[in-house]
Ligand binder design. Structure first.
Ligand code: 5RP
Length: 234
């Protein structure tokens, strides 16, 4: 008998398999981060081998880099390929308007850079990520912050109505440090009716490097449920 956790893993894999059908030969692929993307990187590696595809990947994190190496995906950089054909990434929340919160894996900065450089962005997720309004279920917005500015940013977030919590490491004392040497504030703003406006206000705070709001970047979301894959498109 499959457990709920097994079913979620299966759903993530199904969404990943759907996403990699979009990948064509001779393309540059942005590799997002997270447990769902891991299934896509593995499946992409298998396709490359089986179909002898010429694909290069641009990883959005050290995790994505390691996965690409593990599954035999050749790596390139944004300097060599400033335009990415397709990026496949996960998300922490997705609305019907394709507004996202990302960054629970602390990779939001490079994920946003890769997404912005991409002609096409595909998000894959299981149905627990689907919401009507960002911020439901007490979901905080991850914000990458320069350590020097931490206290200033916390007070400015509070002034915008958010509750800022510095993310602690697991297996390490003190705050987590991102791949870019920064820290993460998880800011709970309650329900967020206008993520674009709030994202701009947060981004304007000196010391904020990037926010986990992804608005206007996504082309398709594949949400996998127990028995089907739902496609949400622009
Ligand atoms: C990392 C991210 C991830 O894509 C997001 O957290 C989803 O991860 P998972 O697929 O493991 O649920 O934004 O910064």
């Amino acid at each position: 008998m499959k457990t709920k956790a097994d079913l979620i893993q299966e759903a993530k894999k199904n969404a990943a398999l759907e996403a990699i059908k979009h990948v064509k030969n001779n393309s540059i692929i942005g590799l997002g981060s997270g447990t769902t993307v891991a299934f896509a990187v593995e499946a992409l590696g298998e396709r490359i081998k089986k179909e002898n595809l010429k694909i290069m990947g641009i990883p959005s994190s050290y995790q994505a880099f390691q996965l690409a190496v593990q599954y035999g995906i050749q790596i390139t950089t944004l300097d060599e390929h400033p335009i990415i054909d397709i990026t496949i990434d996960g998300a922490d929340q997705v609305t019907p308007e394709l507004y996202l919160i990302k960054g629970m894996g602390a990779a939001l900065l490079r994920e946003k850079i890769v997404a912005t450089a991409s002609k096409y962005n595909i998000i894959i997720a299981d149905e627990s990520k689907r919401v009507n309004t960002l911020g439901e279920n007490n979901q905080a917005v991850p914000i990458e912050v320069l350590p020097f500015a931490l206290q200033l940013v916390k007070s400015k977030i509070a002034a915008l109505g958010g509750i800022p919590i510095v993310r602690e490491g697991k297996g390490k004392l003190g705050p987590i440090i991102t791949d870019n040497g920064n820290v993460i504030i998880d800011a709970n703003f309650g329900l967020i009716q206008n993520p674009q406006e709030l994202s701009v206000k947060v981004k304007m705070i000196p010391g904020v490097v990037e926010t986990g709001f992804f608005v206007g970047l996504t082309d398709i979301v594949y949400i996998a449920t127990e028995n089907k894959i739902e496609k949400i498109q622009k």
